[in-house]
Design a protein around this ligand. Structure first.
Ligand SMILES: C[S@@+](CC[C@H](N)C(=O)[O-])C[C@H]1O[C@@H](n2cnc3c(N)ncnc32)[C@H](O)[C@@H]1O
Length: 217
């Protein structure tokens, strides 16, 4: 019998808890670099949808720096949504978390257009169907001129960091549907949905921020 890995629970990074709020050591480490890359790139009063928000720490960091944004976090995991929603009670421009599984066909149907989709540390630790669903949904709801921002590790054609190659092996041993994604494969996926790679920004610990912009229709 073949295992159906898509039926496994979602993978969550290690987290500490204080009330409903969760705290992730990895999110704490990369929240400031992510905030500093995102904040100057989002247009004034942008509507932002975050996919796979986890604890909500990234949302909190960017919303505190950019109070003009309207940021909706989302996650299929209830404890993550509770954490992000708890943060939203303290931050005026952070909305309560929505339940979105980016691999569910048609997840974006009926949602309001957004200026940006943000997705950090998700597509390597979820089946490839999540990346495909993310790109397809973005094509439906990202407004003209809008962007998709991805953050995480990627494999590079010119040679990948040994730490990312080891991480790729580790992910695949935990679930054959996971893995650090080749940058070219991600770029091709978004190109098929009319998003061009506008920026590739090197981040700490051999991660990258990728900014895809919606091509004119
Ligand atoms: C490693 S955590 C990253 C959380 C947060 N973005 C961060 O960087 O700290 C991966 C997140 O992806 C979410 N996730 C897993 N499968 C997903 C799916 N199909 N659609 C949307 N999010 C998903 C998980 O619930 C989890 O919160």
């Amino acid at each position: 019998m073949v295992n159906d890995y898509t039926k496994q629970p979602v993978a969550l990074e290690s987290r500490d808890k204080a009330g409903e709020k969760l705290f992730s050591p990895s999110a704490a480490r990369n929240a400031v670099p992510i905030r500093d890359v995102l904040s100057p790139r989002l247009p004034e009063s942008a509507k932002v949808l975050e996919i796979g928000c986890g604890t909500g720490e990234h949302a909190e960091a960017v919303c505190r720096a950019r109070p003009d944004l309207i940021w909706t976090p989302s996650d299929p995991d209830p404890s993550s949504r509770a954490s992000a929603t708890a943060r939203s009670r303290e931050i005026a421009n952070l909305q309560p978390a929505a339940a979105i599984d980016a691999s569910a066909p048609g997840w974006a149907a009926g949602l309001q257009p957004v200026d940006a989709i943000v997705c950090c540390n998700v597509i390597h630790i979820a089946p490839w169907a999540v990346a495909e669903g993310l790109a397809a949904g973005a094509a439906q709801i990202v407004a003209p001129g809008g962007v998709v921002f991805l953050y995480g590790p990627f494999l590079l054609e010119e040679g990948s960091a040994p730490s990312n190659l080891a991480f790729d092996e580790n992910l695949k041993s935990r679930n054959p549907l996971w893995g650090v994604r080749p940058l070219d494969t991600v770029t091709d996926l978004f190109a098929r949905h009319k998003f061009g790679l506008q920026e590739k920004i090197a981040m700490p610990a051999k991660n990258y921020s990728l900014v895809f912009s919606r091509e004119p229709q």
